[in-house]
Design a binder for this molecule. Structure first.
Ligand SMILES: C[S@@+](CC[C@H](N)C(=O)[O-])C[C@H]1O[C@@H](n2cnc3c(N)ncnc32)[C@H](O)[C@@H]1O
Length: 322
């Protein structure tokens, strides 16, 4: 097993990319920050805590769909498959799948957060010693992290994209991402992907504004991260967590609301906030199965089948690259 860790110049390049994207996002008329930066080591651990929160039904529901349909899913994937997981996080969901697949070729997890990926790699090595793992640290929207795949011969490739991570992309960007997945697959290769389904707004909003305030900590950690990595002076007590369902856009939006007029400095740049102004930090788009099938088709995939929970809260889809 080998993890592609950042060298010092790569780390410097990542920091300046982070600064550039932060200043660009906060310099616009509507302030935004890319949600991928929510996942530093602390953010990734907080996301694991979110998955345990009672109000956050997504992880539990997705896990139950997997548990109830594991054999079916494995038979759809077939034998000798190389599983590729963009945004693998703690790689927990894939383990049960790898364990039941027929002669899997190996596992290629990609994540922007090195610490969580390396911990997961150690765990997989202990639990499935025969499994070949090629961990890749980086941004899965960038072509570079997919390069090593061409050096791994395999009869079949399957992109595994659970956790409703596709929902974090605006529909046009989601389509581009699916096209990118398809470009790294051959005709007939697979995509196994989880989506949260459209449902009543109260349940949705509770999931992203939980009573235990874990999502609030996760959201605010982005400001702590900017403080510690980019030398900014955000006062976290001057921001409130807000999450609401946008009916028209079918998405939960997460924001940080400035509680009063004030300024923040980030690497010699002053950013002014008015009272009530927000930083939009994340979208989580919700789909119906038919809308998602259309998105799959636009992204270069033929929908084959899907599995849902009994309450129709969540779906796992299997599709083939065209
Ligand atoms: C919602 S979590 C899902 C984790 C895991 N796949 C699951 O289903 O539990 C999203 C994961 O994607 C990673 N991530 C988000 N955006 C990314 C990007 N652009 N490139 C690489 N990893 C990313 C985060 O670090 C995080 O571990």
């Amino acid at each position: 097993m080998k993890a592609a860790l950042s060298s010092v110049p790569e780390k410097q390049q990542q920091d300046s990319e982070f600064l550039r994207e932060v200043l660009e996002g906060l310099g616009g008329k509507r302030k935004t920050l890319p949600c991928k930066y929510l996942y530093d080591e602390v953010g990734s651990r907080l996301f694991e805590d979110i998955c345990e929160v009672g109000d956050y039904y997504l992880t539990r529901t997705e896990a139950s769909i997997f548990a109830n349909n594991l054999r079916d899913i494995a038979s759809e994937i077939g034998r000798d498959a190389l599983l590729i997981e963009p945004g693998a996080g703690n790689c927990e969901k894939v383990e049960a799948l790898l364990a039941v697949l027929e002669s899997p070729r190996g596992y290629y997890p990609i994540d922007i957060s090195p610490e969580i990926l390396l911990d997961a790699e150690r765990r997989i090595k202990a639990n499935l010693p025969e499994m070949q793992v090629w961990s890749e640290v980086g941004d899965f929207t960038q072509p570079g992290v997919w390069d090593r795949l061409s050096m791994i011969p395999s009869r079949k490739r399957v992109v595994f994209f659970p956790g409703s991570t596709i929902g974090n992309f605006e529909p046009e960007k989601a389509e581009e991402l699916l096209e990118m997945f398809a470009a790294n697959l051959g005709t007939g290769d697979g995509l196994l992907i989880g989506t949260d389904l459209v449902k009543d707004s109260v349940r949705l909003e509770r999931a992203y504004h939980d009573s235990e305030h874990v999502t609030e900590k996760f959201n605010k950690n982005l400001l702590s991260r900017i403080n510690s990595e980019l030398g900014a002076d955000f006062d976290l007590s001057l921001f409130a967590h807000r999450a609401f369902y946008h009916q028209l856009r079918k998405r939960v939006e997460m924001h940080l609301v400035s509680l009063k007029k004030h300024s923040v400095s980030i690497a010699d740049t002053r950013v002014d906030f008015s009272e009530g102004e927000t930083i939009h930090t994340e979208n989580s788009h919700k789909y119906s199965v038919s809308d998602f099938n259309q998105l799959l088709a636009r992204g270069g995939f033929r929908p084959i089948c899907h599995w849902k929970d009994s309450a129709d809260s969540y779906a796992i889809h299997y599709a083939q690259a065209i």
